[in-house]
Design a binder for this molecule. Sequence first.
Ligand SMILES: [Zn+2]
Length: 645
Amino acid sequence: MTMQQMVKQLNTWAHEYYVLDNPSVPDTTYDALYDQLVLLEKQTGVVLPDSPTRRVGGEPLKNFVQHTHRQRLYSLDKVQSFGELAEWVSKVQKEVGQVEFSVELKYDGLTINATYENGVLVGASTRGNGVVGEDVTEQVKTIRTVPLTIPFDGVCELQGEGIMKLSQLDKHNQKHPNDPLKNARNAAAGAIRNLNPKVTAERNLDVVFYSAGYTEGLTCQSQTQLVDFLKDCGMLTNYVFETARSFEEIRAIIEKIGEMRNSLDFLIDGVVIKVNNFALREELGYTDKFPKWAVAYKFDAEQVTTTLLDVDWQVGRTGKLTPIGLLEPVELCGATIKRATLNNFGDITRKKLYKNALVFVRRSNDVIPEVLGAAEENGDTITKPTTCPACGSVLTEVGAHLFCTNASNCRPQIVARITHYCSKNACDIDGISEKTVGALVDNLGITSVADLYSLTDNDLATLEGFKQRKITNTLNAIKNSKNVKLAQFIFALGLDNVGSVTAKDLAVRYGSVEALSKATVDELTQIDGIGDVVAEGIVQYFAESENMQIITRLKDIGINPTYEVEERIGVFTGKKVVLTGSLANYTRSQAQKLIEQNGGEIASSVSKSVNLVIAGTDAGSKLTKAQALGIEIIDEQTFQQLLQP
Ligand SMILES: [Zn+2]
């Protein structure tokens, strides 16, 4: 076999393996011939331009060199709804009549512009600003789905998206469990924009080709013909290529793509719709920024990257400092995001976050945006504060968190505590917003929730926006809050990690604040959903004399709710009960009513949080599950006995 024949054979096998996903020989056969080629190249000192040995990645580069594209690479105009897409389609149709559109996936990776001359890959660059990009030839050469030679003698710039398949990301992360890559898009971009081509080679990227820029001698007249040409070049092309002649047809294809989106082995962030015919494209032309003949239909982004500009430390009601990331404004799920939580300092360290570096932002439950991780691991170090940004006190560190312990004199803590106490799920004092609390603290010098109860007409009249009617309503709301239920009161105290649900569990279990204040960690952790951290926080809260003083003051004012007076007490109090099977002496609803009248709560399915299962005859899977979970099970007779006075 000559060297040419060896290279040709190896490239054919590699094409079958990487592009067609249909290998015809085992890896060992490939490896054996590859080793022969390496030897021959060493002996002769000759390396052919398309030799697969060129893919291993050479020496690290010192810096990136700029590359000017022969033809500008346009970005695409975007639509985010079918309404906008329908508008775009009819605009095109108005200009050039009924035309055929191509519909393809929009891969979420890094755009690559590859230049071939006389059939040889002579350069590759990133898109950059569309006019000038970075030369990444050495990196791109390591990517197996980028042919080093193509059967076309002219000059052409071909564009594709550099991606990392999700299966490759998994493989990589299994190999590097301590330093996992978080996102396939950034893994691909980071590998290509890396000065060491060996890193690119290791990540096993792909490039999916879909477009041609500057060409000499290429005779393709449509996207369909271009895709055929790219395939003939041995390139990986779009996983979806369909044509459509109306908005309805395009929409149906997009819906189909939307359904398969999560089962794909790569990330897509939308669908690209183009006028298929190149001559019609020229007729439509370009705006300053975009071609008028193509549009990207973008799926809702759940995650975006943006620059972390700075960190703002906010002091909460417990004195805990929460870092808030100030971001370069970015669109996410239809809103502009400028701030996102960074959780705590430990999290910043763990996620290797830096200022002036790209980070990933996600909106969890569409409410609070969160910085998920670093998309770039360099930038300016984020320093750990040593003093409270609000009051200047020295901070203490508990676990991953920083605390200002100056509870009684640190303004944001006071404001947050009182605001929380007045909030809907707590004492529900309507009319007292965070802004009002701020004014009460600043103008009237109140420092604790107990001070609310001595506010007078004259005090409130000094506040902006408080006319007689609002003053009366607010004072009434304060007065009414004295009748708060125990669960709401426990929540209102604002213990760390104690939300409404936990507060209710504590109210049921302890019946009064006094009993709760004597609870031990061991006891608390017996309650479903309360772990060590929460339990320790509760015990800690009642150990602080300042907190006990406020509770005593509130008690003196007349606020001392107990669970007994507000809830029915009975044999099932505090128990979650499941009924299963049929009962001889009660209908299902009669039994449910009896359980509720005796303080129990009905649950529809068996889970760990269920305390009791009442099993009639023919009880099925619920009984089996209760047995497996070790939940107390009683029969109808026992149920009847329990109900006896
Ligand atoms: Zn402070």
